[in-house]
Structures are given as structure tokens and as C-alpha cells.
Design a protein around this ligand. Structure first.
Ligand code: ZN
Length: 287
């Protein structure tokens, strides 16, 4: 599933194609949304917002089209009159006199008033968005130290869109590696320094992934690896998808575990758990 950075990059492409322009044609596949086509046609698309993994297409008249791509949804941007080569099913289309933005296969599509956006069952429960310009480290730190999350293990907490919005599977492994925290640690047992490091990494890793198209590794290292002929998949991450390979930092073998049905990767030396006690200052390693 695409994570916040991939969703925001898709939103940027949609924004460049249809943002600030009159939508000359709007189409919905679902019969219950067809009544909105005539109403939205002729309106300017004012913004493409992302909230975690959801995209909101806002129209000048006040309505927004809410979309959540889940596993299969995919946006394409094409020149007017063209269609992408795909066997997917076209669910929502926005056209202007030059470009088209087309959403395929997504099942979560709704047309909402501003009040309905505020009260929306999914949007209203989201935590602060990791890619929002208005969200700073302090806001993330407040979430980490909030008592309601204290008992949660970090591997589960980071996937909870109600904690912070926009993180997914590769980001959680990379964030925990860079914050040097074992996935089994609980939010409530972090030292002040550890909580600050986690808050910092939640934002910095997500923002780097957004800027680079998903590279979370050290950028100088990634550049050198690329120059050496290494494939992108090999140098893209610190630990994610690198089970059994050597940690770039310490040369110890990276572990893969399945937690909550999803793969998580970590370095047992850089992120020691209870079975690998550390002498580093202030670190408590308990499950
Ligand atoms: Zn390591």
C-alpha cells in the first residue's frame, strides 16, 4: 500500500494537471455519485489535499471528493484524450482542456460538504499528518508522551493512523532504525531523549521519502551505491526489506519479524531489545 509520501507525490501530480483549472468534465463510475457530475463540471479545482493516505479534491463550490486508494487504487495523469494502458476499472475522472486525472480501482470515493469532511468517520480520527507543513516535532512529541498511547508497542503504534497519519510499513521500520528503538518498546517507557529522537525521525524520514521518491537511506551512501552500480532496491532503505543482509552501520545481520501480520525489519545491534542488552546511556530494554 502506498504510504504518505507516495500519496502526497500522487497528489502533487494531480495538482499540476488539474489544480487551479476549470474541470470541463467529471465522471464517476458509481451510480450513487453520478448526480454530482453535472454540479462539479465547470467548477475550478481549488486544491488537492492529502490527509494521511486519503486524497481530497476540492472544488470552488465547496464540495470535496474524498478518495482512499486502499490496496488497489491508482491515480494516472494523462494528456487530454489519452487513456493509460491498464485493465483496471476507472472510478473517478477529472478532465480539463489539456490534462486528465484518472483514479482507477479505488472503492472509497465520496462527495462531501465541508461539514461532512469535518465529521468524516475516517478523517475525523486521524492524528497529525506527517507531511503537513503545519505539523512540527512538538506536536508529534505530545502524541508520543500522551498517556493514552503509553502501553502501545512502537511497531503497532506507528501504523495507527489515529496516532500520526501517513506512516506505513516501510516508514515504520526506517523510523525505528534511525531513532535506534527496538520495535517492541512501548511509548510510555521511552526516555525524554528517545521520545525526542522518535518525534524527530517520524517527520524527517517521512519528509526525506517525500522529497526523494521513497529513499530513506543516507543520501550520500545511496548516491555512492548508485555510482557503484547497485540497484535502487538494494540501496533504498536502511533496514526495510533487507532481512538477512548486513546493517550499513554496524555490519550485523538485519532481522525480519512478522508482527501484526506485517513484516518489520530491524538491526538487533543498532536497536537492541531485551535479549541484546545495551550499555548505551539511559536505554532501558524491556518488552
Ligand atoms: Zn546496525
Amino acid at each position: 500500500m502506498p504510504e504518505g509520501p507516495e500519496i502526497r507525490r500522487a497528489a502533487d501530480r494531480i495538482e499540476r494537471a488539474v489544480g487551479g483549472r476549470v474541470a470541463t468534465k467529471i465522471g464517476f463510475l458509481f451510480p450513487h455519485l453520478k448526480r454530482f457530475e453535472a454540479c462539479l463540471q465547470g467548477q475550478v479545482v481549488t486544491a488537492i489535499q492529502t490527509r494521511g493516505k486519503a486524497i481530497l479534491v476540492q472544488f470552488a463550490g465547496g464540495l470535496s471528493v474524498y478518495t482512499h486508494s486502499q490496496l488497489y487504487g491508482r491515480w494516472y495523469v494523462v494528456s487530454k484524450g489519452k487513456l493509460p494502458r491498464t485493465n483496471r476499472s476507472l472510478r473517478f475522472e477529472i478532465h480539463n482542456d489539456q490534462k486528465s486525472a484518472l483514479l482507477y480501482s479505488a472503492s472509497d470515493i465520496e462527495v462531501l460538504t465541508p461539514g461532512e469532511v469535518e465529521r468524516h468517520r475516517f478523517l475525523s480520527k486521524l492524528g497529525p499528518d506527517v507531511l503537513s507543513k503545519d505539523v512540527h516535532e512538538n506536536a508529534i512529541l505530545e502524541r508520543i508522551t500522551d498517556r493514552r498511547f503509553a502501553r502501545r508497542q512502537l511497531h503497532a503504534l506507528l501504523l495507527d493512523q489515529g496516532f500520526v497519519a501517513g506512516l506505513g510499513n516501510y516508514l515504520r521500520s526506517e523510523i525505528l532504525f534511525l531513532a535506534r528503538l527496538h520495535p517492541s518498546r512501548r511509548a510510555g517507557e521511552l526516555s525524554a531523549n528517545e521520545a525526542s529522537a522518535l518525534a524527530h525521525c517520524i517527520l524527517s524520514v517521512s519528509k526525506q521519502a517525500y522529497r526523494t521518491g521513497g529513499i530513506t537511506n543516507d543520501l550520500d551512501r545511496a548516491k555512492a551505491a548508485k555510482a557503484d552500480g547497485m540497484r535502487r532496491a538494494q540501496y533504498r532503505h536502511h533496514v526495510f526489506s533487507r532481512g538477512g543482509r548486513r546493517c550499513w552501520s554496524c555490519d550485523v545481520e538485519i532481522h525480519r519479524e512478522v508482527l501484526g501480520g506485517r513484516n518489520i525489519f530491524y538491526c538487533p545491534s543498532c536497536q537492541p531489545g531485551p535479549e541484546h542488552p545495551t550499555t548505551s546511556k539511559g536505554a532501558k530494554r524491556r518488552l
